[in-house]
Design a protein around this ligand. Sequence first.
Ligand SMILES: Cc1cc2nc3c(=O)[nH]c(=O)nc-3n(C[C@H](O)[C@H](O)[C@H](O)COP(=O)(O)OP(=O)(O)OC[C@H]3O[C@@H](n4cnc5c(N)ncnc54)[C@H](O)[C@@H]3O)c2cc1C
Length: 553
Amino acid sequence: MPKPFILTVDDDPDVLRAVERDLRRQYGSRYRIMAAESGRAALEAVEQLKLRNDPLALFLVDQRMPGMSGVEFLEAALPLFPNAKRALLTAYADTDAAIRAINSARIDHYLMKPWDPPEERLYGVVDDLLDDWQASFRPTFEGIRIVGHRWSPQSSEVRDFLARNFIPYQWLNVETEETARQLMEFCKADVSQLPLVIFPDGSHLTRPTLNAVAHKLDLKTRAALPFYDLIVLGGGPAGLAAAVYGAADGLKTLLVEREAPGGQAGRSSRIENYLGFPSGLSGTDLARRAVTQARRFGAEILAPQEVVNMRVEGPSRVVTLSDGSEIGAHAILIATGIAFRKIDAHGVEELNGAGVYYYAPMTEALSYRDMDIYIVGGANSAGQAAIYFSQYAESVTMLVRGNSLSAGMSQYLEDQIKATKNIVVRLNSVVTSVTGTTRCEGITIRNIRTCEEETVAACALFVYAGAVPHTDWLANVVECDAQGYVLSGTHLLRDGKRPKNWGLDRDPFYLETSVPGIFVAGDVRHRSAKGVTSGVGEGAMAVKLVHQYLSQT
Ligand SMILES: Cc1cc2nc3c(=O)[nH]c(=O)nc-3n(C[C@H](O)[C@H](O)[C@H](O)COP(=O)(O)OP(=O)(O)OC[C@H]3O[C@@H](n4cnc5c(N)ncnc54)[C@H](O)[C@@H]3O)c2cc1C
């Protein structure tokens, strides 16, 4: 924890130096001593402390200062640090003013000048004040703070981005938190510029793009080398596994992830079917462990960074990133997974991020404490979400298109849902519209068997409606099936014939695409088993096949 501050203010430079010296000598090892020569300068310093979220333990302020008296300064500073202790330095003539200020500026103590010797006339009082402050002090949050509207899609996007990149943040709701309003004022930001993102060094960004936040946080978005042994596209379970095993096997490995490592699995509240974790683990936890492991073996991870193009140049495979840079490799692994399927309901797009969420991160659950929420979907991901949200929400209603849960859900999850009192399951149900001006307030549900419609109040709609691969940009390089899944291995052979332009005297390896040296693993692969375990397995297996490919070229 950073050392808390003691701020002393006096317009007389000699007195200021003396008090600063005495405070530093006695308290310098435990507190940072800050000195200001006027009330105005001190207020600016206090604003900076507030912006950096530094703790402030004590104000020790001269009463008689031109422009702004000690009491006036304390009255202005009080709302910013209401728990800091306040002591006035007064001359004998100012005693009455000091006594009156006990109420208006909530002065804890006043000290007479001069305070020599400090051992007798200063330290005893300051010790008491600091002990009192320590007793009620709760350490301040040291990371990034986000000020915004609870229902703002932009705020939710930044929060999601930070959470998925394992960066702790504090959320300050501008509608309910005084600190949020104060921070806006210091940063001269108005509501149209929210969200306001304040960094631990006191600097801030208004309504930032994710790239701007990533840049400010020094997240790695540029590759260190122009050429690698293996470039992995996508940081889901398949890509992360490939990065771990590729780097562990001594391949110069680069992983490029457009959002945050973890992929779909990063949104799972509890993966219960992963080998070796009998009580399950969250997707974020799995991703964090994998990222640490990959980095330990020397894999380089770029995130957020998107691959927008890929081409073959003789023996090299070259990818183009969204910033226009190009990187080459001996081999490439496509592990770009699948993206969430949108639902077709009136008004749903307008409220996306404002009460409507596709595969919401777990952190969103906290925003819906004691509220009534709805979940679309009947597969495992929807079931996990229902169980997780039910710990916070008043009620969770699952809207399932099919006529039973069993069709798309593992038995263990179905059992848990049945046993959870505040989860209701409505079968044969779809959402036809979502209403609300600034946020989701209601939804209309249609029963597809009876065609009856019902409009209900809903604070949030969480959608888990499956996913599709987005591989259009790859389709002119590697062969895909009609749905866009990438073909590999024997799926490429037509009547025993190898793919067009294949050019090698062997069949494609199991996870090799229609272009030698370009591999595919995980959910994006045609006929893959889908799931964390198979993604990890395929990512690991792809590395072995890359070795075989490299040994033959
Ligand atoms: C909420 C939820 C819960 C789930 N629970 C379970 C469970 O309990 N058990 C289980 O086995 N499975 C579960 N799944 C499914 C599982 O998460 C997926 O099968 C698995 O994540 C697939 O891994 P993947 O690496 O193939 O792809 P993904 O996880 O989809 O990862 C692909 C990654 O590639 C990135 N990417 C895409 N295009 C680009 C590009 N052009 N440039 C750079 N990066 C790109 C994406 O941002 C993404 O991070 C769950 C899924 C969800 C959504």
